[in-house]
Design a protein around this ligand. Structure first.
Ligand SMILES: [Zn+2]
Ligand SMILES: [Zn+2]
Length: 254
């Protein structure tokens, strides 16, 4: 059994709002001690083939995917191999399932791009997972996602929603997988073998970042309850002593 740290939400320059190359992303994934990451460009899988090749050479696990802008909000389509047309949410979810993909609702309930609660709850049977940590969410937004995932038994993911390289790894999904192969990671996700973690990037000078950074423990303390006791203790200890005893890179693991 392997415990893998994956960042399941990242945008390369195939997305219009990112300038990141796959090479830089792979290098950053290694620097942040990730086992792998998902490539989730907006409404495009154009970067997946190149990314899969390069990641394999570098021994980084690359989960092919995209972030579909459905009419009702964004959905991460993981393990898909064909383009997915944007449109009404049910159609997008059906398309993901047709391809044996995994559907994860990204930043649920967020105003602008997030699937609203009522719509989400109407389509639970087609939804596999919920993103419960996204550093661009307010701590309250993350907590709301976590509560929905818990209530409806959906697996939880963390993703950095990286558009800038320094953010990569600030949202992490910990997956218990039989092996490092894509198939077994897919099976582990489908079986709900995940926990989610994240840490807001150190605040830049903008007021929003500073406020989120200060308020983040509110969402975090709730999420801890979803973890096995051993992991809870480890993370709390790391949180308390991390800044004192570990290097920044080591502390980032949790
Ligand atoms: Zn999005
Ligand atoms: Zn995104």
């Amino acid at each position: 059994m392997e415990t893998l740290r994956l960042d399941l939400h990242n945008h390369s320059r195939v997305s219009r709002d990112s300038k990141l190359s796959i090479d830089d992303m792979i290098a950053q994934a290694k620097a942040r001690q990730l086992d792998g990451f998902a490539l989730t460009d907006h409404d495009s899988i154009a970067g997946n083939a190149e990314a899969l090749q390069k990641a394999e050479r570098e021994d980084v696990l690359l989960i092919p995917g995209c972030e579909v802008s459905s009419r009702e909000g964004h959905v991460l389509a993981l393990f898909v191999t064909r383009p997915i047309k944007t449109g009404p949410l049910p159609q997008v979810l059906a398309d993901i399932r047709d391809q044996d993909g995994i559907a994860v609702i990204s930043h649920p309930l967020r105003k602008g791009g997030g699937v609203p609660r009522r719509v989400l709850e109407d389509h639970l049977d087609m939804i596999d997972g919920i993103e419960v940590y996204n550093p661009d969410n307010t701590p309250f937004g993350n907590r709301a996602g976590w509560r929905i995932a818990r209530r409806h038994g959906k697996f939880q993911t963390g993703g950095s929603d990286t558009h800038f390289i320094q953010n990569m790894g600030h949202g992490v999904t910990v997956v218990r997988s039989q092996s490092r192969s894509l198939e077994s990671v897919r099976a582990a996700l489908a079986a709900g073998q995940t926990s989610a973690w994240g840490k807001h990037a150190p605040p830049c000078s903008c007021a929003r970042c500073r406020v989120y950074y200060l308020l983040e423990p509110i969402g975090r303390s709730q999420r801890f309850q979803a973890l096995p006791a051993s992991e809870y203790v480890l993370r709390q200890a790391n949180r308390m002593f991390g800044r004192l005893f570990f290097s920044a890179g080591r502390a980032m693991r949790w």
